[in-house]
Design a protein around this ligand. Structure first.
Ligand SMILES: C[S@@+](CC[C@H](N)C(=O)[O-])C[C@H]1O[C@@H](n2cnc3c(N)ncnc32)[C@H](O)[C@@H]1O
Length: 500
């Protein structure tokens, strides 16, 4: 239920209360424009001077005790808890976007003093103080996770990379705009809003309210973008991890672009599930609603290049150890094996980004995993993924490796199915890859197959112990069929890979 207090002009003798769309006159409650607001005024859009008890002001000449947030304030006094722009910050202020050094004080010094005085969370982009503008703001990510994962998202160039992937952004646009019924008049949560783009789509599709949550300082750019596009009345950008923010109400729709390489890298789906469990109304829907993972046999010159690079690296090491012996009399040969292991892992056992052409596929893709985002649990996601697969071979030849990719579907929920189902696929495509490309897992040695055979096996995907956002993949596979190739390659082989 929306509740607001306000008055239109002049000294606030009377105000109005809005409950939903109905207005009712009541005594002093708030001021839209006021020379001076009376005791009891709780919010002012523009106020010459707001009195004790005023809790938020958009523009205020001077903010008195008890004010809890100000967008622009020339003088804030004790008790003010957040200011977007302020020339002077009082004790008790807990968040700040910009301090104008009208008193000759250094802006950053004021901000840092504010940070120190109240223990405000200081982790923003590049070590700058983070900004708490909304009372709903949550905590910044934990510092190691920030360094490992979040930091790149604080840069516009990275958000641009994603935005200009039109297969991706276009799919979300279609999913929202072709399903306006799902958004019209609804409350939406955008998990990881980044630049704010999906929140803007949702607002344009008629959402009543959109909570746009972003952990990094990109939230500040999102706020600006939302405001500039005239949607500040609908989209509320909240900075903080979705795990720590608070929302004043439950939501009808959660929209999020959380997918990483091979779907699972980044483990951001965890955060979407946390948001689902905390904030989604029963019957609400997730955009996207479903995800699938695929593996297919491929031919690729990439595998040969990687092997050649590995050989080159080992030859380089041989020359290097010779030089070390000759120049310094130090024999490094005892580390040959360790170096080989390290380089093998890098060149041959780490999956790579690729834009695979469909003509490179030697067989049918196996869909080995399906997720229903409404029902999958955090525990299921954290557990090792183990799935059997079967890929029918359609073309004879050596299999140089496997190509892995995913798709997501926008199907709404059983109670609220979408009118128009959108598919965002990262499959090999003759028109080119999305920014996710595909992940290739090369085989060493290659696998000989004949049309009519099948490659069968089991794939395991496990989160890395040292960084849960990275993965280790094991593919146990063998060839089955009546061909002589199947007879020679019919034994079980196990290949291991890192997704970095
Ligand atoms: C893949 S980007 C998508 C950005 C934007 N929604 C878009 O579609 O262009 C994911 C965003 O989610 C944010 N993010 C990831 N985990 C988050 C979490 N737990 N809480 C809040 N934001 C998060 C990242 O900082 C990043 O900006």
């Amino acid at each position: 239920m929306l509740e607001a207090h306000g008055a239109c002009l002049g000294n606030t003798m009377r105000g109005y209360e809005a409950r939903g769309r109905r207005l009712r006159l009541l005594p002093a409650g708030g001021a839209l424009v006021a020379g001076r607001s009376l005791a009891g005024c709780r919010s002012a859009v523009v106020a010459g001077q707001s009195p004790a008890g005023c809790r938020s002001a958009l523009v205020a000449g001077r903010l008195p005790e008890g004010c809890r947030s100000a967008l622009v304030a020339t003088g804030t006094s004790e008790g003010c808890r957040s200011a977007l722009v302020a020339d002077r910050l009082p004790a008790g202020c807990r968040s700040l976007l910009m301090a104008l050094p009208q008193t000759g004080a250094d802006t950053s010094a004021i901000a840092m003093a504010c940070v120190r005085s109240v223990g405000m969370d200081t982790l923003g982009s590049n070590g700058k103080a983070s900004v708490k503008v909304s009372e709903l703001d949550g905590k910044a990510p934990e510092s190691t996770d920030y360094a490992n994962y979040f930091c790149t998202y604080a840069f516009l160039y990275h958000q641009k990379d994603m935005l200009e992937d039109h297969k991706r952004t276009g799919a979300y646009f279609q999913a929202v705009m072709q399903n306006r019924r799902q958004f019209s008049g609804k409350v939406v949560l955008d998990v990881g809003t980044g630049s704010g783009i999906l929140a803007i789509f949702a607002a344009r599709a008629g959402a009543r309210k959109v909570y746009a949550v972003e952990a990094t300082s990109m939230a500040q750019h999102a706020r600006k973008l939302v405001q500039h596009n005239g949607l500040a009345g609908v989209v509320e950008v909240i900075q903080g991890t979705v795990e720590t923010v608070s929302l004043p109400e439950k939501v009808d729709v959660i929209i999020s672009e959380w997918m990483g390489y091979f779907l699972l890298r980044e483990s951001m789906l965890d955060s979407v599930l946390v948001a689902r469990d905390r904030f989604l109304k029963p019957g609400g829907s997730l955009f996207p609603s479903h995800a699938r993972l695929y593996l297919a046999p491929m031919r690729s010159t990439h595998a040969h290049h990687r092997k050649a690079e590995f050989q080159g690296s080992m030859e380089g090491w041989a020359g290097f150890t010779q030089d070390m012996r000759q120049y310094y009399g130090v024999d490094m040969g005892c580390l040959n094996e360790e170096y080989r292991r390290e380089q093998q892992e890098y060149f041959l056992e780490t999956s790579a980004w690729a834009d695979v052409h469909p003509s490179q596929l030697l067989g049918s893709p196996a869909c080995f995993m399906r997720y229903d985002l409404l029902t999958v649990t955090l525990e299921e996601l954290a557990a090792p993924l183990k799935a059997e697969f079967r890929m029918d071979v359609l073309d004879s030849g050596p299999v140089d490796g496997f190509v892995g990719y995913f798709d997501v579907q926008f199907r709404g929920s059983p109670e609220n199915p979408t009118d128009y189902e959108v598919l965002l696929s990262t499959a090999p495509d003759p028109t080119g890859a999305t920014h996710w490309g595909q992940q290739t897992f090369t085989l060493n040695p290659v696998l000989e197959v004949t049309a009519g055979d099948a490659v069968v096996g089991e794939i395991t995907v496990v989160r890395k112990k040292e960084n849960h956002r990275l993965m280790e993949v094991t593919v146990a596979h063998r060839v089955v069929g009546a061909s002589p190739a199947a007879a020679t390659a019919g034994h079980l082989r196990i290949s291991r890979y890192h997704i970095e």
